[in-house]
Design a protein around this ligand. Structure first.
Ligand code: GMT
Length: 374
C-alpha cells in the first residue's frame, strides 16, 4: 500500500506512535509518506520505502495566525495525487482530521476517492478537543473519517461520552518495539548515577500540568526517607522550573537529576528500578509501556487507559489520582528486594502483549478494509 501519515513531529506520544508505525510499515514493504511541518523526531532511519514531505506555510503580514490547516490540506492533496496514495492516516484529531476532510473533498472534485483514518490519542479528546472552541469541528471530522481508532478502551468510551459520534471506533492499543526497548547492560552508567547501589526511580514526560510532576517529586522525597535512592527526570516542559525549585525547598537536589529531552530513553530505563506516572489524564501511557519493556515496574495513577496497561499488584500498582501517600507505600513495597525481581519480570511479560509485531497488522487490516469499502 501507499500510505500517507500525518502527525505532530515532536517527542510527544502521538508523534512517536505515528512515526514508529510508519517505520514498521515501511519495513513490511509499504511505501510510507510522512506529511508534517518538520522531520519527525523518531524518523531516524533510511529506507527506500520512507518519504518525508514538509508542510510549508508562507508568511504574510496579515496572518496573525498562520493558516497551518490550509497548508496541510493543500499538501495532502498534492501528495495524494502525485504519489498516488491509497490511504491517509492522521494522528491526533486537531487539526489533522479536519484538514484531511478538506483534502478529501478537494480530491473528490478531481475524481480521486481517498479513505481517511483518524487515530485519537488523548488530549485531542479529553482536554483540547472537548473545549467549545474546537468541539463542533472535532465531532464533524471524526464522523467524516472512514475509519476511527482510539488507543485504549477508556479513550474510546470518553470519545463517545464527550462527542456525538456516529462512527464505530476501533481500539488499537499503542505498541512497542522490543528490539529497541529492552534492558541493556549499562552498568557504568548506573555506577556513575548510583555509586552506592541506590535504587533508581525514573519519570519521563513533557512536564505539563496533566502529568502532575509535583507528585513525582513528593513521592520520591518520601521514598528517599526510607530507601537510599535517586530520581532521574527525563524530558522538559513548562513545569520544570517549578520542580527544580521544589527540589531545592525539599533539599533533595543532590539526589535528583534533570536530564532534559533524550533520544535514547531506553538507556536510562535500562538502569531503572521503578517508573513513576501519577498523571491526571493519560489515554494510554506510552512512556510506562517503554519502561515496562525495559523491565521497570510502574507506580501510576488510575487515570484514563493506564489501568489497561499497568496491572495492579502485578506489573506495579495503580492508585487514585493525587494519592501520593498510597503511591509511596506501593513504591516501597516494590523496591523491597524480596519483591522487585518478580515485578520486573511481570512488567516485561505485560509489555510483550503490546509487541509492535502484534499491533501493526491491525492497522494494515483496517487500511485494507477502508480501501475496499471506497
Ligand atoms: O501525553 C502527552 O501529553 C502527549 C500526548 C500526545 O498527544 O502526544 O500523548 C497522548 O498520546 C499518547 C500516544 O497515544 C498516549 O500514550 C498518552 O497517554 C496520551 N496523553 C494523554 O492522554 C495525556
Amino acid at each position: 500500500m501507499r500510505i500517507g501519515i500525518v502527525c505532530y513531529p515532536t517527542f510527544g506520544g502521538s508523534g512517536v506512535v505515528a512515526t514508529e508505525l510508519g517505520k514498521a510499515l515501511a519495513l513490511m514493504g509499504h511505501k510510507v509518506h510522512f506529511i508534517t511541518y518538520s522531520q519527525p523526531a523518531r524518523l531516524d532511519m533510511f529506507s527506500e520505502n520512507l518519504f518525508y514531505h514538509e508542510v510549508y506555510i508562507p508568511s504574510y503580514p496579515l496572518f496573525q495566525y498562520p493558516p497551518y490547516e490550509l497548508a496541510l490540506a493543500s499538501k495532502m492533496v498534492d501528495i495524494v495525487r502525485f504519489e498516488k496514495l491509497d490511504v491517509l492516516h492522521v494522528h491526533y484529531a486537531i487539526p489533522h482530521a479536519s484538514a484531511a476532510f478538506m483534502a478529501k473533498q478537494i480530491l473528490r472534485t478531481k475524481g480521486i476517492n481517498i479513505p481517511v483514518i483518524t487515530t485519537l490519542h488523548g488530549t485531542d479528546i479529553t482536554l483540547v478537543g472537548k473545549d467549545a472552541s474546537f468541539e463542533p469541528v472535532v465531532t464533524f471530522s471524526i464522523n467524516q473519517s472512514d475509519g476511527v481508532t482510539a488507543v485504549s478502551d477508556s479513550l474510546r468510551a470518553e470519545t463517545y461520552d464527550y462527542f456525538q459520534i456516529e462512527k464505530d471506533i476501533e481500539v488499537i492499543p499503542n505498541f512497542i518495539n522490543l528490539d529497541k526497548f529492552k534492558r541493556q547492560k549499562k552498568e557504568h552508567f548506573r555506577l556513575a548515577i548510583a555509586p552506592n547501589n541506590e535504587k533508581l526511580l525514573v519519570h519521563t514526560s513533557n512536564f505539563r500540568g496533566v502529568k502532575r510532576v509535583e507528585d513525582v517529586i513528593r513521592i520520591f522525597a518520601k521514598v528517599r526517607e526510607k530507601v537510599s535512592s535517586k530520581l532521574l527526570m527525563v524530558g522538559d516542559g513548562p513545569d520544570r522550573p517549578k520542580m527544580e525549585k521544589l527540589c531545592r525547598e525539599l533539599q533533595i537536589c543532590q539526589d535528583v537529576r534533570f536530564l532534559g529531552k533524550l533520544e535514547a530513553v531506553e538507556e536510562v530505563l535500562s538502569i531503572a528500578d521503578l517508573f513513576l506516572m501519577p498523571s491526571e489524564k493519560e489515554s494510554f501511557g506510552l512512556a510506562a509501556l517503554e519502561a515496562m519493556a525495559c523491565e521497570v515496574p510502574v507506580i501510576s495513577s488510575n487515570a484514563g487507559g493506564i489501568p489497561e496497561l499497568n496491572i495492579n499488584g502485578e506489573t506495579g500498582f495503580v492508585s487514585p489520582v493525587g494519592a501520593v501517600d498510597d503511591m509511596v507505600e506501593n513504591a516501597l513495597y516494590i523496591l523491597d528486594d524480596a519483591h522487585l525481581p518478580q515485578f520486573k519480570a511481570n512488567a516485561l511479560s505485560r509489555a510483550r502483549d503490546f509487541d509492535i509485531e502484534k499491533i501493526v497488522p491491525l492497522y494494515e487490516k483496517l487500511y485494507q478494509k477502508t480501501i475496499n469499502e471506497q
